[in-house]
Design a protein around this ligand. Structure first.
Ligand SMILES: O=c1ccn([C@@H]2O[C@H](COP(=O)(O)O)[C@@H](O)[C@H]2O)c(=O)[nH]1
Length: 224
C-alpha cells in the first residue's frame, strides 16, 4: 500500500462521514470506522462508506468470551472488512476463535494497550510493569494465537517489530509535531511511527477536525 494512513471517521452522522471520506479519499490509504459510527449506522452505514472504494478498517475492539466474539466476527463476515479489531486481553482462546471465524481476506488485529492510557492508568487497572512490558506480553500472546497483528502506540512499535517482524502493526495516537493531543497519552509523529516499524497509521482528529481536512491529510502524507 503506498499511502499508509487510515483516517478515523469518528462521527455518528452518516452523511457527514460520507462527505469526509469523499473529501480525503485521494490522500489516505483507507478508512477506519469505529464504535461511534457503527453503533449509529450499523452494517448499512458500513456498506455506504465501503462504496467509496477504499479498504475499510472496522475498529470494534471486540472483547467477550470466545464463543460470543467468534459469533460476532462471523456475523460481520459478509462485510468483509480489510481489518477488524479485538482486545488482546480477551485471552488466547478468544483470539484463536476470532481469527478462525474471520473471512480469509480480513486481518484480525489485537489491541494491546489503548493509546489513551499511560503507566499510571495501567497501574490503576492492577497491571504490574511498564506499558512496554504490557504491550510486549500481549503482542507475544497475539502472535502465538495466530492473529495477524496488533494495535499499539508508536512508543512500543519498534520493540514489537523486532520480536514479530511479519506482524501487521497498527499505530493510532499519531500527532503531527506540536499538534494538540486531546485524550491521547502515548503519542508520536507519523514519520516516527513508520520509522519504528508501523504497518499503518490511524489518524483521526488531526485530519477530520482541521479547517481543510484534505489539505491536512495531504500535508501529513507529505511527511512520510
Ligand atoms: O489504542 C487505540 C486504539 C484505537 N484508537 C482509535 O484510533 C482513533 C484515533 O483518533 P484520533 O482522533 O487521531 O485520536 C480513534 O478512532 C480511536 O478509537 C486509538 O486512538 N487508540
Amino acid at each position: 500500500m503506498s499511502n499508509r494512513i487510515y483516517v478515523a471517521i469518528d462521527t455518528p452522522d452518516l452523511q457527514r462521514a460520507h462527505a469526509m471520506a469523499q473529501r480525503v479519499r485521494h490522500h489516505v490509504g483507507g478508512l477506519k470506522l469505529g464504535l461511534e459510527f457503527f453503533c449509529a449506522n450499523g452494517a448499512a452505514g458500513f456498506r455506504e462508506i465501503a462504496h467509496i472504494g477504499l479498504p475499510i478498517f472496522l475498529d470494534l475492539k471486540l472483547h467477550d468470551i470466545p464463543n460470543t466474539v467468534a459469533k460476532a466476527v462471523q456475523a460481520l463476515g459478509p462485510l468483509a472488512p480489510a481489518i477488524l479489531t479485538v482486545h488482546a486481553s480477551g485471552g488466547r482462546a478468544m483470539l484463536e476463535d476470532a481469527k478462525a471465524a474471520a473471512p480469509t481476506g480480513t486481518k484480525v488485529v489485537a489491541v494491546t494497550m489503548l493509546t489513551s492510557l499511560d503507566a499510571n492508568d495501567l497501574g490503576e487497572t492492577g497491571v504490574i510493569g511498564s506499558p512496554a512490558d504490557h504491550v510486549r506480553r500481549l503482542a507475544d500472546l497475539a502472535a502465538e494465537a495466530g492473529v495477524d497483528g496488533i494495535v499499539c502506540s508508536g512508543a512500543e512499535v519498534a520493540l514489537v517489530h523486532r520480536a514479530w517482524p511479519k506482524g501487521f502493526l497498527v499505530v493510532p495516537g499519531v500527532r503531527p509535531a506540536d499538534g494538540p493531543v486531546g485524550d491521547q497519552k502515548r503519542v508520536v509523529t507519523p514519520r516516527a511511527a513508520l520509522d519504528a516499524g508501523a504497518s499503518i497509521l490511524v489518524i483521526g482528529r488531526p485530519i477530520t477536525q482541521a479547517d481543510d481536512p484534505d489539505a491536512a491529510a495531504r500535508a501529513i502524507a507529505a511527511t512520510l
